[in-house]
Design a protein around this ligand. Sequence first.
Ligand SMILES: Nc1ncnc2c1ncn2[C@@H]1O[C@H](COP(=O)(O)OP(=O)(O)OP(=O)(O)O)[C@@H](O)[C@H]1O
Length: 516
Amino acid sequence: ASPSDFLLPEMKERNPWHSPATIIITVIGVIAVVALVTVIVLQNREIPQKYKYGIVMDAGSSHTSLYIYRWPAEKENNTGRVEEMHSCQVAGPGISSYASAPWKAGESLRACMREAEQQVPQRRHQQTPLYLGATAGMRLLSMENSSAAEAVLRAVEESLRGFSFSYQGSRTLRGQEEGAFGWVTINYLDERLGQPRPPGDRPPHQTLLQGLETTGALDLGGASTQISFVSDHFDGSESPDNSMVFRLYGNDYSLYTHSFLCYGKDQALRLALAHQTQDAPVTLLDPCFHPGYEASKDYSAVYDSPCVSSRRPQGAPLNFTHKGAGNFAQCQKVIRSIFNSSSCSHSRCSFNGVFQPPLQGKFGAFSAYYFVMDFLNLTDTSLPLETVKRELARYCSNSWDQVKQQHPAVKVKYLAAYCFSGTYIITLLTDGYNFSSESYSSIKFIKKIRGSDAGWTLGYMLNLTNMIPAEAPDSPPLPQAGYASLVTLMVLVLAVVLLLLALRPRWPCCSQQPQV
Ligand SMILES: Nc1ncnc2c1ncn2[C@@H]1O[C@H](COP(=O)(O)OP(=O)(O)OP(=O)(O)O)[C@@H](O)[C@H]1O
C-alpha cells in the first residue's frame, strides 16, 4: 500500500469544510444572505401609500373652487410633501352673488362636496379638515351690506356641516392673508422655504436647503390683486400694515404684502368703464375692446359695486351702447387713469399712495395673470416688453368678428375682454408695481407647480394644520435610518462570515499539515 492510502482517511476527517464550526458559520452566512435579501425586497416593494387629506374651498368673487390636498400619513411634520389631489369648479357665480338668496350659496357647493366625498376614502372623512375661505367678493359685500355677507357665510356653513368631513369654519380672509398664503404656496411647492425634501427626492447627504432666495407672488383675481415678496429693504417699520413675519423651518421671513381691493380684473374693468362714462354718454367708444364689438350695458349694472357706486353720473340714461375701438395705446391711457400715482407719503409707492419697497428677486404670477397671458400666447417673459406691447396692440386692433371666428370655443365674456385684460396686466405691472423692461423677465406666468395650483388655498391649509413647523426637524426620519442601519449591519455580518470562512484552512485545528 502506498503511503497515501494511509493518509487519505485522516485527510478527509481533517477537511476544514466538514467540521461543525464551518457548518455553523456557513448556516449563519446563509441566514444573513436570506435576511438581507428579504429586508431589501420588503423595503423596496410597492406598498399602498396611506394618505391624509385636507379640503379647502376658495370662495372667490367670480366663482368657487374646491381643492383636495393629500400627504403621506405620519410625515406631515417634516418630509411629507402635500400635493393637490383633485379640484372641482363650483357651477355658477361666486358666493357673494347670492346676497339676496343666501341659501342658494350653500346649495351651490353641494355638487363639489359630493364629488369630494367620492374622492376621499370614506374611512378618512371624519379626520379630513374642511375649510372655506372667501376673498374679495365677500370683502366687497361686507362693505356694502354686512348682514347679507354674514347670512351668506351662515348658509354656506350650514351646507358644509351637512357633509361627513371635519368642518373647520368659513371666513373671509383679509387681503394680507390672501397675499401671504399665496406666497407660502408657491415657495412651499418650489421647495424654497428650506424644508427637508422627501426621502428619495433628496440629494445624498442633504436634509435641509437653507438660505434659498424666495419667489415673490403676484395674484390677479376678479375683485382684488395681491403682490407679496421678501425685500432686504423692508423690515415692516415704514408700513406695518404691509408686513407679515413668519418663521418657517427655522428661517425668519419678513414679507411685504399688499392687496388692492377693486383692482382685480373684473373690478378694474368697472373702474375703467366708470372713468369713461362720467359724462353719462349714450354711446361709449372704448379703446380696450375690439373694433366691431357692440353691446348694450346697463348703467346700474356697471355701477353696482362699492368700487364705483359713488361715482355714478347724475342723470345717466338706463343704458349705453358699448362699442370697441381696438387701440392699445389709448386703452393704456384709460387704464393709467385708474391708478393714482400723484401722491405718496412714504419713501416710495406703487400706486394709490401705497408703500412698496424696491422689487427683489423672481416673481410667480398666477390666476388671471396666467389665464390672460396664456390665451394671448404671451407667457414667455424673455420677450422684450416692447414686443409684448406690440403684440397686444396688434391683437387689440383685430376685428371682433375675426376674434370670435378664431376662438369659437372660448366664452364670449372672457373673449371680449382679453384686449382690456392684457393691457391691464402690462400696465399694472409696469406703471403700478414699477416693473421695468429688465425686471419684467424676472416674472414667470404660472398656473401649477408640481401638479398643484398656485393660489392661497394650499398655504392657508398648511398654516391651519400646523404643517409647516417653525423649526426645522433635527434628524432624518427613522424608518429610512433604521433601514440603512439594518442593511449595514447585515453586510458587516456577511463580511465577517466570509472572512472567517476564507481563513478557516489556516486555523490550527483545521490545518492540513500532519500533526507531530
Ligand atoms: N380662462 C379664463 N380666461 C380669462 N379670464 C378668466 C378665465 N378663467 C377665469 N377667469 C377670470 O380671471 C379672474 C380671476 O379668477 P380667480 O378665480 O382667480 O378670481 P376670484 O377668486 O374669483 O377673485 P378674487 O380672488 O378677487 O375673489 C376672474 O375675473 C375670472 O372670471
